[in-house]
Design a protein. Sequence first.
Length: 476
Amino acid sequence: MAGARCQTTGVESVIRGSAQILVVGGGPAGSTAAGLLAKEGFQVTLLEREHFPRYHIGESLLPSCRPVLETLGVWPKVAAAGFQPKGGAYYFWGPEEWEVRFKPGQDGSNAWQVVRSEFDQLLLEHARELGVEVAEGVTVRRLEFAGDRPVAATWTRTREPEVTGRIEFDYLVDASGRGGVMATRYLKNRRFHNVFRNVAAWSYWTGASQLDRGPAGAITVASLPHGWFWGIPLNDGTTSIGLVTGRDSFNQRRRELGSIQAVYHDSLRECKAVSDLLADAKQVTGVSVEQDYSYASDRFAGPGYLLAGDAACFLDPLLSTGVHLATYSALLGAAAIGSVLRGEVTEDEAWEFYAVTYRRAYERLLVLVSTFYESYRGKEYHFYRAQELSERDWEGLDLQAAFDRFVTGLADLDDAQQVYQRVKQHILGASSGDPNPLANLNRDHERRQAPLRPEKAIEGLYVSLEPRLALRRAAG
Ligand code: FAD
């Protein structure tokens, strides 16, 4: 195997000069895809810009991550890592309050609130143990193409840009997160939705109280006229407290109040549910800000490459769906690449399956998040009106189909409109009956949605987990 030999402050390091699969980025999408492919015996190199453990936002996980982490073989490590078990969510939504309780597994919690630096490191180390060549502190700077197909990458050491190398590959998984190497530098095909043009501002507190109601370890979500707060208790003794608000009102208030910190604190004062939790607490970090606009690339896959996790699409954090989408897309992508490399399906078939399946999962959640915002009883507030899917959103993303799949997926009823009414009623608090779309974000529900059985095939293919991770053809 060819190797790029680099002299770094006297320490020689070698990164392969070629690999079957190059994964860019070692977040949940990258390490899951890389680990699953290495487990199947493929030769995988993963290049990660940072040295882990590195900070990342996105701490509240859904139970739907569990099946993928089990397939990867990392679930026992996650369960033993000492993270805060997450019993569900508690909502203060306009004048209403309600809770979502996740079903625990027989062996304990199905979901966790995680310190992401620790969680992501655990996944990356696991990928390394499965045989992935992992290089940290290495930034992919440039991709080379043969026609439309990426075939090689040039990298540099992040802290020593003079140290550089080149790696050739057969397949590329771009899991570079919101930076999105392929989508932003080469494909330039990211579309931002009209909805969810929001800004998030958050910091960490010690000494916060636990919520006195709802499931243990729940995420607290509390609305304001111009946005909402999350409160996530973490096992390191801190609580993550974040504000999500509209871009324009955020900028205007920042001008009026003079700083981001002032906007954050002013909003906290307006939010009794969360400020009560912080009565005796101390803010221990500055306020971080992210424009958490929602977007999707026009294409999730093309010749020789797949976009996974946030590199493909991003959704407003209201329902904590990011890590679920990252790990789910990694599972789909690993099954697709593995089957292509083994000659079981053509690249075109596998890519079509991947792109359609990941987009459906994303759009279904997009509809759910929007429906949730729509349920807020306070439509006089611009923020909530701005979260309704616009005509352009509906047209551009085939959201009507996504909506139909979403509602029919909930209850397997034929009458989508009837289910929609029931979903809305439930969210509005008028009924406590099933189906509960939020509690349904659990592993069983997500499994039912996923093409894991021949009858659930998409584009004639489904994912089989046994005896190996692969795409299989549905008979007929
Ligand atoms: P990332 O985790 O971002 O990983 C990408 C990796 O690629 C990074 O480590 C980066 O260093 C590396 N990289 C980038 N460019 C290069 C390059 N050129 N070369 C090499 N490496 C590179 N999700 C949840 O599930 N729950 C939540 O509660 C939640 N809250 C959120 C709140 C906010 C405000 C935001 C913005 C997001 C939130 N999310 C949440 C979303 C979640 O953070 C992401 O969806 C998730 O991290 C996506 O994982 P990923 O692996 O695709 O990308």
